[in-house]
Design a protein around this ligand. Sequence first.
Ligand code: ATP
Ligand code: MG
Length: 269
Amino acid sequence: MLAEDDGDRGQLRDLVARRPADGATLRRAEDVAAGAARGPVVDELIARRARRQTTTVARMAGLGTARDAANAERRLRAAGFPTPKSLEEFALAQSSVPRPTYDYLASLEWVRASENLCLVGPAGTGKSHLLIALGHAAVSAGHRVRYLTAAELIELLYRGLADNSVGKQIAALLHCELVIVDEVGLAPLDATGTQLLFRLVAGAYERRSLAIASHWPFEDWGRFLPEQTTAVSLLDRLLHHATVVVTEGESYRMKEARSRRTTPKKKDE
Ligand SMILES: Nc1ncnc2c1ncn2[C@@H]1O[C@H](COP(=O)(O)OP(=O)(O)OP(=O)(O)O)[C@@H](O)[C@H]1O
Ligand SMILES: [Mg+2]
């Protein structure tokens, strides 16, 4: 046993001795040099290590950033945002979103906790802007995100029904940490559409984050989800762990249009 141990250690000693001047060898060389005047060989070894370390760090940093940037770019394309919107562009003071709620949403803590977000409010009150901007922030933070309107989602899943791939389609969507479904309730769903939406919500429940926007307060969801029982079960799951934000006020589009009309144009415009 002893002999074996000694054999192992001997092999390791040989291995270390045979290795070219690496960090450990150089450290030893530095220790030696610390007590005595450094000879030119030690100086050269130290300089060589410094050069090598700098190059390695630079190379790793370069590769890391390039790879990270390429991955973020790929995730951004896969997310399918219709327009670029950012949190920086969102004028919080002009919205009805309370600052603490906004800060919580911008922290993306809810995505990490697989919680949901429901934005409810009339046209032009910043629902899509917030959804896209938060989705964008989630992509930048390294999450996989997918944006669809409810109409696109139902069309996708209906096609899945036709070729028997609906389970696969839902699984593919739920591969993302955050699935955004905008414009829920803009078009009414039939019984099959309601079932399909339910399957997504049920699949995401406590596993993934769903962020949705709708014009309709929840009590009115029966208007576009004809199956009452499914609608109730769907909302029950959607709202169990969810931040609900009611966006109120005048349409931002209207406000902008009015200010454009009232701001006189400069000569060269
Ligand atoms: N608080 C805000 N700060 C900056 N831009 C805003 C704000 N709210 C809305 N906007 C801008 O106003 C326009 C309309 O907003 P958005 O599309 O988010 O509204 P919406 O609530 O989704 O409306 P709809 O229900 O009709 O889809 C967009 O160009 C958006 O960037
Ligand atoms: Mg919208």
